[in-house]
Design a protein around this ligand. Structure first.
Ligand code: HEC
Length: 118
């Protein structure tokens, strides 16, 4: 019995180690960080999170993107606390100078899009 239990424990461990990758996909490929859940909830109802992941913008440009989403794309305006959380996450995770974000997700950055913004 003891040995069966260890085998069970080991396979459970294996399953848990696979978890981060699974979760990453569940958040549409958004990298871990404070505010990820909020961004996923707020931003992926109209389009995939990949449209965000492929971007590299300054905080100001992310700010403008939020304004643009609200004014032109009918996004619901987040309250100030939520807005700050979202903006912090976006500015921190997807700044212009970040390395091409491919490794974890297999997502290819859209180079033409990036050049428009740089
Ligand atoms: C109500 C729907 C809606 C929501 C919610 C929404 N978007 Fe969008 N978003 C759009 C549409 C529609 C487009 C395509 C606009 C276009 O290209 O004309 C778009 C495009 C974009 C783009 C692409 C810009 C580019 O240069 O190609 C980015 C980045 C983006 N959204 C970020 C966000 C972020 C960040 C959030 C959450 C804070 C968000 N969106 C929430 C509708 C939405």
């Amino acid at each position: 019995m003891q040995i069966l239990r260890s085998i069970f424990a080991l396979s459970l461990l294996g399953a848990l180690q696979g978890l981060p990758a699974v979760l990453a996909q569940e958040f549409g490929g958004l990298p871990p960080g404070e505010g990820r859940m909020e961004v996923f909830a707020w931003c992926s109802s109209c389009h995939s999170a990949r449209i965000i992941i492929q971007q590299g913008l300054t905080r100001e440009d992310w700010d403008e993107t939020l304004v643009w989403m609200v004014e032109e794309q009918d996004m619901q305006e987040p309250d100030p606390v939520m807005r700050k959380k979202i903006l912090n996450y976006l500015a921190e995770q997807f700044p212009p100078e970040r390395p091409h974000f491919i490794g974890d997700t297999g997502i290819k950055p859209d180079l033409n899009k990036r050049m428009e913004h740089n």
